[in-house]
Design a protein around this ligand. Structure first.
Ligand SMILES: [Zn+2]
Length: 442
């Protein structure tokens, strides 16, 4: 029943449920609280009993129902993790860490040795994944169970082959909601944060990538899942380029050890966004007009690089798209958003330089790298552009080794706190990078 080690699952989620009676432990699915409330023990969320009562008098949890219904008529099955056994694990990596990466990698290993938590705050394009390899290797050799989780499926899909390649003889499992492969026990696991809700005291080390990204950020259900998934004595590692206020506060109060990597591997400063006034952009776009200062910016930028244009809403992007097409009839361009069925093809075409302009919703704010691009955020003062989104968007520029003089422009008609904060954060990292000798030019 290895399948149940470190898991907390319902009968219907178990592959070999006929063997269940053999020595597995059962845990309650829900807990009754005072004042007619009931708590789900998979996702931790609390409901008023009368709102979640079923016709058979059982209670269920609506919050985590997408993982299969939990109700008081069922129980969880669980087996504790086996004892740790040291072993040899082959590790194949030819790359070289920069001085900054090496330092973070060492601090991370030290934290894993002490079973303490740590945040790694590394700027966009710093090369986060390589910094994890050594601590993953150390953990596996100790016999630890280690998980790398991300809120976003595409990040998991990208991470899995990279990590697997470095540990070629290690059995690893990729786990997310859309996969068909069934669950099996492995010491190394890459999964979405939602999948953590099915684990109980499983991980000695758990790394959460993009901890500030949707849907993990501000999601009590997923945070509860993380707490349940780790062993009482374990290391929880948070990776981010744009930490939440809650995390930075913990750092400031010395409650969370933090490693900061303020520079990219190519030793150049992060491009600092430039601000430009764009009078009544919202009204103009609604009337089907593309603002003049916006078009001027495109003309300047496109002489050197391709241009990625971020729009606050899909509706505005559609209206703007038509106007831009009229103004740039000779230029290959497209627009893309989350509901676009051709999303992946379009991103690929932009990467292959088949488009010169790509308009996008915030969906491309993270996780994508294009060669030789500049970025415009049209309507940067819109509420959809939070500080973290703006820092991530600015981080799309100048990620490759070759320098192409890519620029970042925030077009707005009223500077917001988020815009100022984003610029401040980027400048702060540049200063820190220079101070620590991780950046060559000014
Ligand atoms: Zn629940």
């Amino acid at each position: 029943m290895q399948e149940l080690w470190g898991r907390k699952v319902l009968k219907k989620e178990i592959n070999q449920s006929e063997q269940l009676e053999i020595a597995s432990l059962t845990l309650p699915t829900m807990k009754e609280l005072a004042e007619n409330k009931i708590q789900c023990l998979r996702c931790g969320q609390i409901q008023l009993k009368f709102t979640v009562q079923l016709v058979n008098q059982c209670y269920y949890c609506p919050e985590c129902i997408q993982l299969g219904r939990v109700d008081t008529g069922q129980q969880f099955y669980h087996l504790p993790e086996p004892d740790l056994v040291k072993r040899k694990v082959s590790f194949v990596w030819e790359g070289q860490l920069t001085i900054g990466q090496q330092q973070v990698s060492d601090e991370l290993v030290a934290s894993v040795k002490k079973a303490e938590s740590r945040m790694i705050w590394a700027v966009t394009g710093a090369g986060k994944t390589e910094m994890l390899f050594k601590s993953i290797h150390y953990s596996l050799e100790c016999g630890y169970r280690i998980g790398v989780a991300s809120p976003r499926v595409d990040v998991c899909l990208e991470l899995f082959p990279r990590i697997q390649a470095v540990f070629p003889d290690e059995e690893a499992l990729l786990l997310h909601g859309k996969m068909e492969e069934s669950y099996r026990y492995t010491k190394l696991l890459i999964c979405t944060t939602h999948q953590l809700l099915r684990f109980y005291q499983a991980f000695d080390v758990l790394i959460i990538d993009e901890v500030d990204a949707f849907p993990f950020v501000d999601n009590p259900l997923l945070h509860y899942g993380v707490k349940q998934a780790v062993k009482p004595k374990s290391s929880l590692i948070y990776l981010t380029a744009t930490p939440t206020e809650a995390l930075t506060k913990k750092t400031d109060r010395n409650e969370l050890k933090t490693s900061i990597l303020p520079a990219r591997y190519h030793r150049r400063v992060l491009p600092v966004p430039k601000m430009k006034w764009c009078h009544r952009w919202h009204e103009k776009i609604k009337q089907g007009i593309s603002p003049k200062s916006f078009e001027d910016t495109i003309r300047t930028l496109i002489s050197k690089n391709d241009v990625l244009i971020f729009c606050p809403t899909i509706t505005l992007m559609d209206q703007l798209g038509k106007a831009v097409e009229k103004s740039f009839p000779e230029t290959a361009l497209a627009s893309v958003h989350s509901q676009d069925s051709q999303r992946l093809e379009k991103v690929l075409k932009m990467r292959n330089k088949e488009y010169r302009i790509l308009m996008t919703s915030t969906i491309l704010e993270r996780g994508v790298t294009f060669d030789g691009v500049s970025v415009i955020v049209l309507g940067a003062n819109h509420t959809v552009f939070a500080t973290s989104a703006l820092v991530q968007i600015a981080g799309r520029v100048d990620r490759r080794k070759e320098y192409t003089a890519g620029e970042v422009w925030f077009l707005h008609d009223g500077c917001t706190k988020a815009m100022k904060e984003a610029v401040k954060q980027i400048k702060k990292m540049n200063t820190l990078g220079l101070e620590r000798g991780l950046i060559d030019e000014v």
